[in-house]
Design a binder for this molecule. Sequence first.
Ligand SMILES: NC(=O)c1ccc[n+]([C@@H]2O[C@H](COP(=O)([O-])OP(=O)(O)OC[C@H]3O[C@@H](n4cnc5c(N)ncnc54)[C@H](O)[C@@H]3O)[C@@H](O)[C@H]2O)c1
Length: 396
Amino acid sequence: MKPDLSRRQFLAHSAGIAGASLGIGLPAVGAASVAGTPDGAEIRLGWIGLGDRGKHLLEAFLSLQRSLEGAKARVTALCDVNPQRLKRALELVRRPEPSLDKPRGYSNYRALLDDRDVDAVVIATPVHLHAEETITALHASKHVYCEKPLAHTLEACLEVAKAARNAEQARRILQVGLQRRYSPRYRRSIDLVRSGDAGRVLFVRAQWHAAGNSPKDKPWIFQREKSGGMVLEQACHQFDVFNWLLGSTPLRACGFGGTSRFVDEPPGRNTMDHYGAVLEYPLGARVQLSHLSFAIPDRRFSGIYELAFTERMGIDLPNAVAWSESGATRQLLPEGGAGSLNDTQLALRGFLESIATGRAAEAGLEAGLASTKTAILCQRALELGRVVEWKELGSV
Ligand SMILES: NC(=O)c1ccc[n+]([C@@H]2O[C@H](COP(=O)([O-])OP(=O)(O)OC[C@H]3O[C@@H](n4cnc5c(N)ncnc54)[C@H](O)[C@@H]3O)[C@@H](O)[C@H]2O)c1
């Protein structure tokens, strides 16, 4: 994919979007330096975890790097415990020849964190490793982009929150891999609700219907203690959208779920393959989510979306389309207005921007914490088979 915005245009554009949605002025881009380095210094990136998502993030970064005029970021270190994945990633960065980037390879993430040529890390390892790796990286004075969810347990969330709040004082950035926060379509849909034109959100209908079991080369994903199951590992993206749209975390959740289609596939799995949940938010807003891994690959049965029913409109959030009560539809973005970058590329650009300006990430600690806690709330409700109140989670 060839991005069409120059770095300068992007910075102006992203500042405009963020400023519009938050209603705040933003610092002049370029005025700030990478924390702890001279003005305009290059951002040197390390990757920890180079499986499916880590490789995707790396490719997204490399395509940004090639397209950004004068981009001052490069990959200096890569780490994976799997030697083949590490080799594949090293080759990816070293291509096309002659490439100036010659990253060092590591099998131990702590050795990568000791590398003085690394300012920031991208972590894409299994969920149960996120907390330890994020905290260690922040303590090593690195900026961190860590995949969602924030952590695998409430206690681990608390530890990450403590480390991230301390790091904030030293202008270290923590960004969580909730890339919808950087999507122009979601942003425009949510801005419409924030503007008041749509009236109050009354109900949200959402689904995540995947056609097929998770790949078997990820044994961790089928172990609840390592992934948190589909509620934590996958749906935290949608919980983030609900919290963002409704400007709040839920009051309570209930639901039912289990394993019906992929029983003991793979052997020993202890995660669900489906559930249905309802979350209640302040002012009586309710969210209904169905989440399946055995959908038929046809548009009637599969797909991922969130539809908001407001006092005056229906809004398809991921497509940025609004319907009025008369049935008239409105595209919320002009044609081509979403640009040519995908959400992951935009999220990585946001990370580099946050490092350069010292501005907190849109998908920072608070969004990551709230979505992960919402997933844990929902998971408890499903596992206990009763309504679970937000206040039962305690304060983190
Ligand atoms: N944001 C998104 O849209 C999105 C999409 C998919 C996955 N993810 C997230 O990305 C993360 C990784 O998922 P995945 O699908 O790439 O899994 P994966 O199993 O394909 O990759 C994980 C990689 O981490 C490596 N690893 C394991 N322990 C390690 C360690 N101690 N040090 C270094 N490397 C280690 C593994 O060898 C593997 O290569 C998960 O948190 C997942 O939830 C996010």
